[in-house]
Ligand binder design. Structure first.
Ligand SMILES: NC(=O)c1ccc[n+]([C@@H]2O[C@H](COP(=O)([O-])OP(=O)(O)OC[C@H]3O[C@@H](n4cnc5c(N)ncnc54)[C@H](OP(=O)(O)O)[C@@H]3O)[C@@H](O)[C@H]2O)c1
Length: 331
C-alpha cells in the first residue's frame, strides 16, 4: 500500500506514524505531506526507512492507494476532493467534511459497517466526540439514551503545537508568540473551545451535539455540553450524566462497558482507581470510571471518560478506519 500522510509533521500526523508502526500496517511507500516550509525534510518510519516530505501535487503524482489528512480544515476542503476524484480514499481528521450529508462520520466501534466502496472521503470525528460515543453506544443498545449532559476538560494538545507552545511558554515566563487561547492557560481553566455561535454555545460544544447524533444515527438525541480547556498536556476528560429510557443497573453498566470494544473499565474508587489523562497518554483505549447512580434521577448515571485525544481522539481512530477498509477489501 502507498499511503499519504498529510500533516505528517503535526501532533496528530506524528502520532499516526507511531500507530501505523505499532499496528504493523504493511506499507510499500509512505508519502508524507506538510506545508511548504517542511518540504524536503525526512520522516523516519519502521526504524530504518526514510521518506521525504513532499507537496500535495507530488503526492498525487505517485498514485497513492489512500490518504490520512491531518492538516486542518482549509487544506482538507481543497485537497480531499482532488484525491476522491482520482478514486483515492481519504480519511480526514479535520472538521471540513464531518457534517456533510454525503460523507460518513465514522467511529469503528459504532458504525464502520456503514462504509462502502463509494465512500472516498471518510470523516474522523472530533476528539471529544469519539471517546464519548465509544461509551454511549453499547449503553444505548441496552437502555436507550434519553438525555446527556457533558462537561469536558480538554488538554492543550487538542489545539496542536500552538496549544502546547502556549502552555510551556507561559510556564517558562516567555513571550507567547501567536497564542492559541485568548487568556493564559497555565494555572487556569478556559470555558471556551472554538468560536462562540449565535446560540451562545461554542463550535466545540456543538460538535459534541451534532457529531454524536450523526455517528449513532439518533437524529433527536438530546445532548448539552460545556467545553473547558485545562492546562493538561495530553488526554481529554469528560464528566458525563446520562439519562436512559429505563432505570439501569450499575453492575450491568459496568459489565457492558467492560466487555465493549475499545473500552477499559477503571473503576475502583476505594483504591483510588479511576481514569486520568496522565495514565491514558499514548494508549489507544477509552478509559471509563467513577460510574455511579445519579441520586436525583433513578434513570440516570454519572461517569468519567478519559482518552488520549491524539490517539483514539485522532490517530488511532483514523488507523482503525484504514484497517477496516483493508479487512473488508474496500481499499
Ligand atoms: N490535536 C488533536 O487532538 C486533534 C484531534 C482530532 C483532530 N485534529 C485535527 O487534526 C488536524 C491537525 O491537528 P494537529 O493538532 O496535528 O495540528 P498541528 O500540530 O498544528 O499540525 C498541523 C499539520 O498540518 C500541516 N499543514 C499546515 N498547513 C498545511 C498546508 N497548507 N499544506 C500541507 N500541510 C499543512 C503542518 O505542516 P508544517 O509542520 O509544515 O507546518 C503540520 O504537519 C486539524 O485539522 C485538527 O483539527 C486534531
Amino acid at each position: 500500500m502507498k499511503l499519504v500522510i498529510a500533516g505528517a509533521t503535526g501532533l496528530v500526523g506524528q502520532e499516526i506514524l507511531k500507530v501505523l508502526q505499532e499496528h504493523k500496517i504493511k506499507m510499500d511507500e509512505l508519502i508524507p505531506v506538510a506545508s511548504e516550509k517542511s518540504i524536503g525534510k525526512i520522516i523516519k518510519f519502521d526504524d530504518d526507512r526514510e521518506f521525504k516530505i513532499c507537496s500535495f501535487e507530488e503526492a498525487l503524482s505517485k498514485n497513492p492507494d489512500a490518504a490520512i489528512f491531518s492538516a486542518g480544515k482549509d487544506v482538507s476542503l481543497k485537497w480531499a476532493p482532488e484525491f476522491a476524484k482520482r478514486k483515492i480514499k481519504v480519511i480526514d481528521n479535520s472538521s471540513a467534511w464531518r457534517m456533510h450529508k454525503e460523507i460518513k462520520l465514522v467511529v469503528p466501534e459504532v458504525n464502520a459497517e456503514q462504509l462502502n466502496q463509494n465512500d472516498y472521503i471518510i470523516a474522523n470525528p472530533n476528539c471529544s466526540t469519539i471517546q464519548l460515543v465509544v461509551v454511549l453506544w453499547p449503553l444505548h443498545k441496552i437502555f436507550g439514551l434519553k438525555r446527556i449532559i457533558i462537561s469536558t476538560y480538554q488538554s492543550v494538545s487538542g489545539s496542536g503545537y500552538k496549544g502546547i507552545n502556549q502552555l510551556f511558554s507561559e510556564r517558562n515566563n516567555e513571550v507567547v508568540e501567536n497564542p492559541s487561547y485568548p487568556y493564559q492557560i497555565d494555572l487556569n481553566c478556559i470555558p471556551h473551545g472554538g468560536a462562540f455561535l449565535e446560540n451562545d454555545y461554542t463550535e466545540e460544544e456543538m460538535k459534541l451535539v451534532n457529531e454524536s447524533s450523526k455517528i449513532m444515527s439518533i437524529p433527536d438525541l438530546k445532548i448539552s455540553g460545556t467545553v473547558v480547556r485545562v492546562p493538561v498536556i495530553g488526554g481529554h476528560s469528560e464528566s458525563v450524566n446520562i439519562e436512559f429510557q429505563k432505570a439501569p443497573d450499575i453492575q450491568e453498566i459496568k459489565s457492558i462497558l467492560k466487555s465493549s470494544p475499545g473500552i477499559i473499565l477503571e473503576d475502583n474508587p476505594r483504591e483510588n482507581e479511576y481514569p486520568m489523562p496522565l495514565n491514558a497518554r499514548g494508549k489507544d483505549a477509552v478509559f471509563v470510571g467513577r460510574i455511579r447512580k445519579d441520586l436525583s434521577n433513578e434513570n440516570a448515571v454519572n461517569l468519567w471518560i478519559v482518552a488520549d485525544n491524539l490517539r483514539k481522539g485522532a490517530a488511532t481512530n483514523a488507523v482503525q478506519i484504514l484497517e477496516y477498509l483493508l479487512k473488508t477489501n474496500l481499499l
